[in-house]
Design a protein around this ligand. Structure first.
Ligand SMILES: Cc1ncc(COP(=O)(O)O)c(C=O)c1O
Length: 367
């Protein structure tokens, strides 16, 4: 028999195993039914054991942001990897080409200079790298604009030695909470439509765009419902977090990742302080304005109103005012990816018992 959840010293993160397994299964089933491949973004969990479960449920591979993260998954035998991030510096390009000898790898490009660097690295190493062109979906981050810019870049990638253009991808998430579920679905469909149309334009000039990869947790399924989208890359769907619940992309009852904390101070009627601060929850803010840094799982109206490194200050609604010093609580962080990245390990819990401990093997992999 494993230890009980409350035998462990706080603060720590734990995953509700049954809920996580259900979330993994539900997304895999939905992707299958919509006829798209699922390539979850593994930066959410950074844990090879979880990637194995995602693949056992039907994922074709995983998405990562960094070469060093990808190396961890390759070491663990997960060898179909899309690094959806621009790799441009010589040291990382060198690691990338080395990695491509032991894993099926896809790389991201959104600039001519980036493509040329990738091409040089590939030809120097005597290999061919598969390339996904990132399309700008308007969030003010990376990606090439559709139209002339995308035509010229795609043509350049296709002409460069050592590179094989295989598809396009885009990311834009969803932050318009007021619009509700319909707004999110329309937003997700528009994402899929934008990518399908960009792919059609590139095919029209003779470029071989086979893969059209879309989606984040809030947009993956509506994007997948657009004919022509071939792959989705949701990350947070297996855990959920306060922001994903606020997006309407998951129900509070499906959230599977929590910070366990102890009330260490009870300075006012409406205030309790727990031992989980920014070192535990991360400082990522709420995408929905004014919602603090997470909420109490047992009473979602009680928010983590402010954070210090080791202190989380709960603004207690009436329903939570019975909390006393020494009580243990579960908190849903705002953003699960950044919270997990702060922890060496997470406890794996079923019915309040700790069944295992998983090392967050790719945490802090910045390069
Ligand atoms: C390129 C890319 N794809 C997919 C995702 C997954 O999105 P989400 O975390 O909302 O599931 C992310 C997340 O940041 C991303 O940057």
């Amino acid at each position: 028999m494993g230890a009980l959840l409350d035998d462990l010293a706080t603060p720590f993160l734990y995953v509700d195993l049954d809920r996580m397994n259900r979330n993994i299964e539900a997304m895999a089933t939905a992707a299958r039914e919509l006829g798209v491949r699922l390539r979850p973004h593994a930066k959410t969990h950074k844990i090879p054991e979880i990637a194995r479960r995602q693949m056992a449920a039907g994922a074709t591979g995983v998405t990562l942001a960094k070469v060093s993260e990808a190396e961890v998954f390759a070491d663990a035998g997960i060898d179909d990897l899309f690094i959806a991030y621009q790799i441009v510096s010589p040291a990382q390009l060198e690691r990338l080409t080395r990695l491509s000898r032991r894993a099926r790898l896809r790389c991201a490009v959104d600039s001519r200079a980036g493509a040329e660097r990738l091409s040089t690295a590939a030809t120097d190493a005597g290999i061919e790298l598969q390339v996904m062109l990132e399309i700008d979906l308007g969030i003010g981050r990376t990606g090439v604009r559709t139209g002339v810019d995308a035509f010229q870049l795609a043509q350049r990638v296709a002409d460069l030695p050592g590179l094989k253009l295989i598809g396009i991808y885009g990311f834009r998430g969803f932050r318009a909470f007021a619009d509700g579920a319909e707004g999110r679905e329309a937003w997700g469909r528009a994402e899929g439509e934008a990518l399908v149309s960009a792919a059609a334009d590139l095919r029209a000039i003779g470029l071989p765009i086979a893969e059209v990869s879309a989606g984040s947790t809030p947009t993956a399924l509506p994007a997948a419902s657009v004919r022509g989208v071939t792959e989705i890359r949701p990350g947070q769907y297996l855990f959920g977090c306060a922001n994903v619940v606020a997006q309407g992309a998951m129900r509070a009852d499906d959230v599977a990742l929590f910070a366990r904390a102890t009330v260490i101070s009870r300075p006012a009627e409406d205030r309790a302080v727990v031992d989980a601060g920014s070192k535990t929850l991360s400082t990522d803010g709420s995408w929905e304005p004014g919602c603090g840094f997470g909420y109490l799982a047992s009473d979602p109206s009680t928010r983590v109103a402010s954070l210090w490194e080791e202190h989380g200050v709960l603004h207690l609604e009436e329903t939570a005012r019975g909390l006393q010093v020494g009580d243990r609580v579960s908190i849903v962080p705002n953003h699960v990816c950044t919270a997990v990245n702060l922890h060496d390990r997470i406890a794996v819990v079923r019915d309040d018992r700790i069944e295992a401990t998983w090392m967050v093997a790719a945490r802090g992999r910045l390069e």
